[in-house]
Design a protein around this ligand. Structure first.
Ligand SMILES: Nc1ncnc2c1ncn2[C@@H]1O[C@H](COP(=O)(O)OP(=O)(O)OP(=O)(O)O)[C@@H](O)[C@H]1O
Length: 456
């Protein structure tokens, strides 16, 4: 097994501070590399693949601003999503620190730098990077958060962010296309929070008619309107002590947005037809697939409410941008749903896996789940075909966006071994023949890339 690499990349344009940090971390039993600009930083990431990066936000040519620093975070994480980036920010720069975390940075640290304190943050970053690395060596399939199946490092970062949100009181809004798992994330944040003993109450703002929304949210007193036969509590009171999940918040009627804002600011409500203010203490999580910023610009969403609910944004990427997650989730879903459809031991065929890889998944995981259920019902043989999933396989034009040649070689080898094992139905001797290598060579490579023979 290869060894965990302990390289730190310091990205700092102030030569004095760069020297000071380098000198300090030389004692850290790590290899220290430095960069002063974004271009140098990216070259260093490609060459050294550092586990931890300490990064200044004010990089040239925008030393006084943050644009280059944010760009640097994005580019590093798109090349190597597992990198733990620690951002150095000015004392009064809390909003940029939060924005860095939204972009996927591991943590932030306020200047002036106290190197002993920074040591703790760096040690934590290394601990987590090592854990993730070890986890990948032993079990590439992970469920880092309840209900979230993923082997994609971007998603693993988002899961970590969700855990941080859960342990704070911040109001989060989860953004993402339909079916990307926004509710799954909201439930996971609740389950990991101090509110978990109480209820998780969801309301879909797009599904409730506008004239019923207020009483649905805040409840009503007896006789408040025709048909109000008895006092009824609303979703907010139901969620007392727990979590209120406002799904499709972008569809909240404008007139109710003001009332929602008042409740979020004052943490009190009045039932419809009531005169008493009722104090409520709960966590609020919102979600939408709409572009709230654009809605604010065209006046359909209140700006003050936007800032109130988006103290931190969680951006869930669509399934097509999550590496091999579609195939991984499909396999898990087949196992999960097989019993319900009286098909006990089905596998997904190679052509079906290829079709899953190629499909764009506009409906994301919900679409995948539906297709798997359909396939379980329709499948006659022992394995699910592309046809069963209502998908087709097309010849592919490969695209690559790889960190370096070593990574390209690794991915090509992993992909070839994986295909040979699938085709040979996990028979190593047959797979070795297909690949033109000896059986011991294939075993060595399987060990190197942590393949296990899948007997499910
Ligand atoms: N990472 C995941 N692994 C496995 N299943 C998932 C994952 N994410 C979502 N799902 C499943 O996909 C389905 C859709 O998820 P969910 O309802 O949370 O999406 P959503 O983004 O809230 O959708 P919408 O915007 O339409 O309300 C659910 O059945 C959920 O269990």
């Amino acid at each position: 097994m290869s060894e965990f690499d302990k390289t730190i990349l310091i990205i700092e344009d102030d030569e004095g501070l760069q020297r000071q940090l380098k000198w300090h971390f030389d004692d850290f039993e790590s290899t220290i590399v430095t960069a002063s600009t974004l271009t140098e930083a990216i070259a260093a990431v490609r060459l050294y693949e550092p586990s931890v990066v300490i990064q200044d936000l004010g990089l040239p040519p925008d030393e006084e601003g943050v644009t280059e620093g944010f760009k640097c975070i994005r580019e590093i994480l798109s090349l190597k999503p597992a990198t733990k980036i620690i951002v150095l920010t000015g004392k009064n720069d809390h909003s940029n620190a939060l924005r860095s975390i939204e972009l996927g940075a591991f943590d932030f640290y306020l200047k002036p730098v106290d190197t002993d304190m920074l040591d703790n943050v760096v040690s934590q970053a290394f601990r987590l990077a090592k854990l993730e690395w070890e986890n990948q060596q032993t079990s590439p399939e992970i469920e880092p958060l309840q209900g979230v199946i993923t082997s994609d490092t971007k998603m693993a970062n988002i899961c970590r962010m969700a855990l941080k949100i859960a342990s704070s009181n911040i109001t989060a809004t989860i953004l993402g296309e339909s079916g990307t798992g926004k509710e799954v994330f909201a439930r996971a944040i609740h389950a990991n929070s101090r509110q978990s003993e109480h209820e998780f109450v969801a309301i879909n703002c797009a599904a409730v008619p506008e004239n019923l929304m207020e009483s649905e949210l805040f409840g009503y007193e007896k006789g408040a309107f025709t048909g109000a036969a008895k006092q009824t509590i609303g979703k907010v009171e139901q969620a007392q002590g727990g979590t209120l999940f406002l799904d499709e918040i972008g569809d909240m009627p404008l007139q109710l947005q003001a009332k929602l804002l008042r409740f979020l600011q004052q943490r009190t409500i009045e039932r419809v037809g009531g005169r008493k203010e009722i104090a409520v203490d709960l966590r609020v999580i919102c979600a939408t697939n709409k572009n709230l910023e654009a809605m604010v610009k065209d006046g359909t969403f209140r700006e003050d409410l936007y800032y109130r609910i988006c103290e931190i944004e969680v951006n869930l990427p669509p399934l097509r941008e999550r590496g091999s997650d579609a195939c991984l989730i499909a396999k898990k879903l087949v196992t999960k749903h097989a019993g319900n459809y009286a098909q006990k031991s089905l596998k997904i065929s190679d052509d079906a896996l290829e079709a899953i890889r190629q499909h764009d998944w506009p409906g994301n995981i919900r679409e995948l789940e539906n297709k798997v259920k359909r396939a379980l019902v329709l499948c006659d043989g022992k394995s699910i075909s592309a046809f069963d999933l209502d998908l087709s396989v097309e010849s592919e034009t490969p695209t690559v966006d790889l960190i370096n040649l070593k990574e390209a070689r690794k991915q090509a080898e992993v992909s070839a071994i994986s295909s040979a094992l699938e085709i040979s139905q996990q028979n190593v001797t047959a797979a070795a023949k297909l690949l033109g290598v000896t059986r011991p060579t294939l075993y060595d490579m399987m060990k190197k890339y942590n393949f296990t023979i899948d007997n499910t």
